[in-house]
Design a protein around this ligand. Structure first.
Ligand code: GCO
Length: 449
C-alpha cells in the first residue's frame, strides 16, 4: 500500500513498574503497586506475582536500547517512576533515581531514538496514598511539583510528555472494581472525585511543564475507553456508534473517554450525562474550570471495541470470533472508528500511544519465537489506522505496546505483549518474528503493509 506521510512517528512503549524491577534499590520509595502486589493471598494478581524484578530494565536498559535500534524503533515512550525520583512523592529528590532516567534518556538519544515521557503510569508513591492518594486534592500539587522537576531536568532533551496514563483505568480498575492498586472500591461520587482530581492533575502538570521548559514541548494524553463501531457502515450505523461511544449510561459510564476528558476539553460534563454526574458537576468550584489546560495532542491507547447496531445496542460477535488470550476481541474497526470519533469530538492531532496483542508466545524447538497471530493483528490494525487517516483524521504516530514482554498488572506474567520475548528466569531476550515484521514496516514507512 501507499506509504504513511513523511515524518510519521513509529515507536514502542513501556512503563516503569511493569518493566524496571529494582523495586527497592538505590533509595526508591514504595509505590502503591509494590504494596498491592506484596499484599499476597488476596487474589489480586495471578499467582501472587509482582514486578520486583520483571525484565530488570533498571539494569539492562542498554541492552534493550540496542535491541530497539536493531528493530529501527524511532520513538520510545517510557514512564518515570514517581517514587524512584521523589520517594515521599514530594520534597527531597532521590538523585540516584533521577540519574537512572538521565542515563536511559541519554542512551536513547545517543542511539537516534526519541524519548517520550509518561509521568504517571500508575505507580503512585505510597506516601501519598497514605494521605488519601487521588482522593486528596493535595496530590495534584505534589504531581505538579514532580512534573516541574522532570520538565526542568529534561529541558531540551525531551519534547513529548504525557502526564497521566489512562485515567479511565486508574478510576475504574483502581478505585472501582478492586482489580488494580490501590484496590479500593468507591461509590459513584468517589469515582467522580478521582476523575476530577486526575483531570486537574494532568492540567496542572501540563502547566508546570510549559512553565519550566525553555525548549518547545508537546503535551498530550494517553487515554483509553469504550469504543463502539458500526455493525453496518452506513450513515445511521456510524452515528449510532459515535453516540454509543460517548454515552454515559448510569450503570456503565466510568470506562469512557469523555468521562475522563470532556471536563478538560469542554469544561463540563456532557449535557445528557446521568443526574448524579450533573449533580456532582454542581459541586465543582467554578474556579476549577479555569485550571483546565489545552493539550497539544491526543494520545490514545486502542486495543479493541464492540460493534453496535443502528440503535446503538451491542450487536455481539459471531460465534468463534477471534480473541486474544485475555479474551479481548480482535476488532480492527475499533482502531479506525476510535480514531475518527475521537478526532471528530476533540479535534486534536492523534497519536496511538499504545496498541498491541497479547499472545501465548513460546520459544519453539528452533529457538525462535514465532508469533503470526500478533503479526496478523498488527497488520489489520495498522491498515485500519491508515483508513482513518485516509478519511481525514490527523494521526501523527503509532507506538506499539510493548517493546518487551513485561508484567501485565493483575494478570502477572501470563500475558506477553512484547515484540521481544523475555525469559524471566534468565533475563534472556529473543526478538520475536513480529519484531522483524515491524522493522520492515518502519523501514518502508508502512509500505509493506
Ligand atoms: C494499559 C496500560 C498498559 C498495559 C497494556 C496492555 O493500557 O493497561 O497502559 O500498561 O500493559 O495496555 O494491557
Amino acid at each position: 500500500m501507499s506509504t504513511f506521510p513523511e515524518g510519521f512517528i513509529w515507536g514502542a512503549a513501556c512503563s516503569s513498574y511493569q518493566s524496571e524491577g529494582a523495586w527497592n534499590e538505590d533509595g526508591k520509595g514504595r509505590s502503591i503497586w509494590d504494596d498491592f502486589t506484596h499484599f499476597t493471598g488476596q487474589g489480586h494478581v495471578t499467582g501472587d506475582e509482582n514486578a520486583d524484578v520483571s525484565c530488570d530494565s533498571y539494569h539492562r536498559y542498554k541492552e534493550d536500547v540496542a535491541l530497539m535500534k536493531q528493530v529501527g524503533i524511532k520513538t520510545f515512550r517510557l514512564s518515570i517512576s514517581w517514587p524512584r525520583v521523589l520517594p515521599a512523592g514530594t520534597g527531597a529528590v532521590n538523585a540516584v533515581g533521577l540519574d537512572f532516567y538521565d542515563r536511559f534518556v541519554d542512551e536513547l538519544i545517543a542511539n537516534g531514538i526519541e524519548p517520550w515521557l509518561t509521568l504517571y503510569h500508575w505507580d503512585l508513591p505510597s506516601a501519598l496514598q497514605e494521605k488519601g492518594g487521588w482522593l486528596n486534592r493535595e496530590t495534584i500539587d505534589a504531581f505538579a511539583e514532580y512534573a516541574a522537576l522532570i520538565g526542568k531536568h529534561f529541558d531540551g532533551r525531551v519534547k513529548y510528555y504525557m502526564p497521566i496514563n489512562e485515567p479511565e483505568c486508574i478510576v475504574f480498575l483502581g478505585h472501582g472494581n478492586l482489580e488494580h492498586a490501590p484496590g479500593i472500591k468507591l461509590d459513584n461520587e468517589g469515582l467522580l472525585k478521582v476523575y476530577h482530581h486526575l483531570a486537574l492533575a494532568q492540567s496542572a502538570a501540563a502547566r508546570a511543564l510549559r512553565t519550566v521548559s525553555t525548549a518547545p514541548i508537546m503535551v498530550g494524553t494517553a487515554l483509553c475507553g469504550r469504543i463502539c463501531y458500526p455493525e453496518t457502515e452506513d450513515k445511521a450505523g456510524i452515528e449510532a456508534a459515535y453516540e454509543a461511544t460517548f454515552k454515559l449510561w448510569p450503570d456503565n459510564w466510568c470506562f469512557t473517554f469523555n468521562a475522563a476528558f470532556d471536563t478538560t476539553a469542554f469544561k463540563k460534563y456532557p449535557d445528557d450525562a446521568p443526574a448524579f454526574i450533573k449533580d456532582f458537576e454542581k459541586t465543582i468550584p467554578p474556579s476549577d474550570w479555569d485550571l483546565m489546560e489545552k493539550f497539544d495532542f491526543m494520545g490514545v491507547n486502542i486495543y479493541n471495541g464492540v460493534p453496535v447496531d443502528r440503535s446503538g445496542k451491542p450487536a455481539g460477535f459471531p460465534a468463534g470470533h477471534p480473541k486474544n488470550p485475555l479474551k479481548w476481541p480482535v476488532s480492527p474497526k475499533s482502531m479506525q472508528y476510535g480514531i475518527e470519533f475521537l478526532y471528530r469530538r476533540y479535534g486534536l492531532p492523534i497519536v496511538i500511544t499504545e496498541n498491541g496483542q497479547s499472545c501465548n508466545d513460546l520459544v519453539f524447538l528452533d529457538g525462535q519465537v514465532h508469533d503470526p497471530a500478533r503479526i496478523d493483528f498488527l497488520h489489520r490494525y495498522l491498515l485500519a489506522l491508515k483508513d482513518a487517516m485516509d478519511n481525514g483524521a490527523d494521526v501523527r504516530g503509532y507506538l506499539h505496546w510493548s517493546f518487551l514482554d513485561n508484567f501485565e498488572w493483575a494478570k502477572g506474567y501470563d500475558e506477553r505483549f512484547g515484540l521481544v520475548y523475555v525469559d524471566y528466569a534468565t533475563q534472556k531476550r529473543i526478538l520475536k518474528d513480529s519484531a522483524q515484521w515491524y522493522a520492515d514496516v518502519i523501514q518502508s514507512n508502512g509500505g509493506t503493509l
